[in-house]
Write a protein that binds this ligand. Structure first.
Ligand code: M6R
Length: 610
């Protein structure tokens, strides 16, 4: 949540254009409000308002702002409503210090009170403002910007990163204390940002920071220091090979549709990674543990549910799964040094997951294996080992290709482990792995092609639906939850995802004539799912089916498009494909309703807050 970008240039006077160009790549992190502080001849021009970067730019002419340094912020509201006053950047007491943060200050209430009591003029209800005041406070005591920034940290509790400057100083300072931060060094300019996509338009010479470090940006270089004692640290920029064009829509109307269509390639790429020599390390980590936990949030959690079925079926390994925030209260006293926690996170920055990682590391609760997409994320640096999802940028707020990649990773690992520990027949494992490798990319493409039109037509019939269920059984448990999450997230409908045999234990009472219930199934479970379908049909509900075509299921759908039919494949491939029509259905429904699926209201792609 929230994205900050700070740039210092040598000769140019076009800081507004640079900040807008770079920070617009962070739109997925926040789009409640936007602001830019640009410094020219020792004066700060601060413009901010509610809206997306395009809207605020049009309103306030952000890209025409002059100056040679400045800070931009895209906000996802937590402390304080999304208003102009709460938009970032903020000034300190006077229009001298300017800065913006990402993250949360837990001592916001007490610290704000303390600042006001000591004469600070705090204007907003946003915790980011307090970072600027903290620097202001220590500058008053030391008269030195470096020391003021360094000492400010002792007043600020929470997980955050911020960038700050002073009108009469050419440098921009930034600190990393639990939220992501990356810097870049270009010719005659430097940049600091919450995430790589906004650095790449300027340079691919990148420096990753660790918590407890601070930066000083001049037009020529970026210096890194340890906050604790102010000692300078050796950091050489590394070349990032991430293609900046990956963060473009590439002709698609939305990133979401582009990312759904990238899934055949994702299947190919992630299987390439899984077949690399690194896989021995990942398999050993799992084999050497006596207890296994799968921890994730949102879509990553839904993929983890699918994973538990693969690990059980193919490898005979019970995986205890938990939502990030549940992990400590649910399993916190049962772990030991032989445990393995698989932490699954697209961003690698989700606070609920980093809390778990910190807990495990602090208490020596065994090893950690990250499954992540963002290279350079905190999870990547701090987990004992990590598996990259190989998806490239996922820009759209709703996860699609990363969920898909996660499910493939679990299916593959489970098959490999099963082959090694003899839980399944070696030839069975080999056949499945070959199917993943050889057939999955093209089956994925066929699923997109075949179900795209059906999903589009189905969406048109669901424009007035405000409430529905999406049910799964066995392997499609996580798939149904994921479909429901997509519909909730980007269509603003209430859609509950649950286990289909549970539906009769209460929720069935909601069904009246034409009440829609989506059933996802594999071919091996359809005999059971038919019972659950009948329970809805008997109450005159509308049943929609997602799965391979089966004669026995056909009578239960009223229209062709109520059967989102995926291509014929192995029963263990079914759960991987079944999610795709649900992604497409939610996409088309969202667009038909008039929502931008890439930027659903109230949400942010990366949730770095508790
Ligand atoms: O980056 P992560 O995988 O840790 O993110 C977890 C969730 O915030 C994320 O999957 C969220 O639920 C998606 N927007 C769902 O589409």
């Amino acid at each position: 949540m929230c994205g900050i970008t700070g740039i210092v240039t040598q000769n140019s006077d076009n800081i507004g254009e640079l900040l807008v160009r770079c920070s617009s790549k962070l739109t997925y992190r926040g789009y409640d409000s936007v602001g830019v502080a640009a410094v020219r001849n020792g004066a700060v021009d601060l413009r901010k308002d509610v809206g997306t970067i395009e809207e605020v730019n049009e309103l306030l002419g952000l890209s025409s702002m002059k100056g040679d340094r400045g800070i931009a912020q895209l906000r996802w509201a937590t402390y304080g409503a999304p208003t102009k006053m709460n938009a970032q950047p903020h000034f300190g007491c006077e229009e001298v210090f300017y800065g913006a943060h990402n993250g949360n200050l837990h001592n916001y209430v007490e610290y704000k009170k303390e600042l006001i009591e000591t004469g600070h003029i705090v204007r907003s209800e946003n915790d980011g403002e307090l970072c600027v005041h903290a620097v202001d406070k220590y500058y008053e005591q030391t008269g030195d910007m470096f020391e003021a920034v360094r000492l400010s940290i002792q007043d600020l509790k929470g997980a955050f990163a911020y960038a700050v400057g002073r009108a009469d100083e050419q440098e921009i300072y930034a600190v990393k204390m639990g939220s992501s931060l990356v810097a870049g060094v270009a010719d005659n300019a430097t940049i600091v940002s919450s995430d790589l996509p906004s650095v790449l338009p300027l340079t691919n010479n990148v420096i990753y920071l660790a918590d407890g470090e601070m930066l000083v940006l001049t037009p020529h270089d970026v210096k890194v220091y340890r906050i604790e004692d102010g000692k300078q640290l050796e950091r050489v920029p590394q070349i990032s090979y991430v293609d900046a064009r990956a963060a473009e829509k590439g002709g698609y109307p939305h990133f979401m549709l582009k990312e759904i269509n990238e899934q055949p390639k994702v299947a190919q790429d992630v299987l390439g990674i899984l077949e690399s020599s690194k896989n021995e390390e990942w398999l050993k980590l799992i084999e050497n543990a006596s207890r296994h936990y799968l921890v994730a949030c949102g879509s990553s959690y839904n993929a983890s549910i699918v994973g538990t079925y693969y690990f059980n079926r193919l490898a005979g390994i019970p995986m205890l799964h938990a939502i990030g925030g549940q992990f400590q209260p649910m399993y916190g006293t049962t772990m030991d040094e032989d445990s393995l926690s698989i932490l699954v996170s697209q961003s690698g920055e989700t606070k609920d997951i980093l809390n778990v990682l910190n807990l495990i590391n602090a208490k020596h609760y065994g090893k950690t294996l990250g499954v992540l997409n963002v290279i350079g994320s905190t999870l990547m640096f701090q987990a004992d080992s990590h598996i990259p999802m190989a998806c490239g940028y996922e820009v759209s707020v709703p996860a699609t290709k990363t969920y898909f990649s996660q499910s493939i990773i679990f299916a593959y690992l489970a098959a490999k482990l099963g082959e090694r520990n003899g839980h399944i027949d070696s030839s069975e494992a080999k056949i499945f792995i070959n199917q993943l490798r050889n057939d999955l990319p093209s089956l994925t493409q066929t699923t997109i092609d075949r179900t795209g039109i059906l999903a589009k037509n189905l969406a048109r019939t669901m424009m007035d639906v405000k409430d529905l269920y999406c049910l799964g059984y066995g392997f499609t448990d996580g798939v149904a939850r994921e479909g429901a999450l997509k519909i909730k997230e980007i269509c603003y409908n209430h859609c509950e995802g649950m286990y289909s045999s549970e539906f009769k234990h209460g929720p069935l009472s909601i069904v009246t004539k034409n009440y829609p219930v989506i059933f996802t199934t594999t071919t091996e479970d359809s005999w059971m799912v038919i019972n659950h379908i009948n329970e809805v049909k008997a109450r005159h509900g509308r049943t929609i089916v997602v799965g391979e075509f089966e004669k026995t299921l056909e009578p239960y759908v009223a229209n062709k498009h109520d059967y989102l039919e995926v291509p014929k494949s192995d029963v263990l491939i079914n759960p991987l494909l079944d999610v795709i029509p649900l992604q497409l259905l939610s996409y088309f429904l969202s667009v038909d309703i008039g929502i931008n699926p890439d930027l659903p209201r109230n949400l942010s792609k990366t949730l770095t807050v508790d």
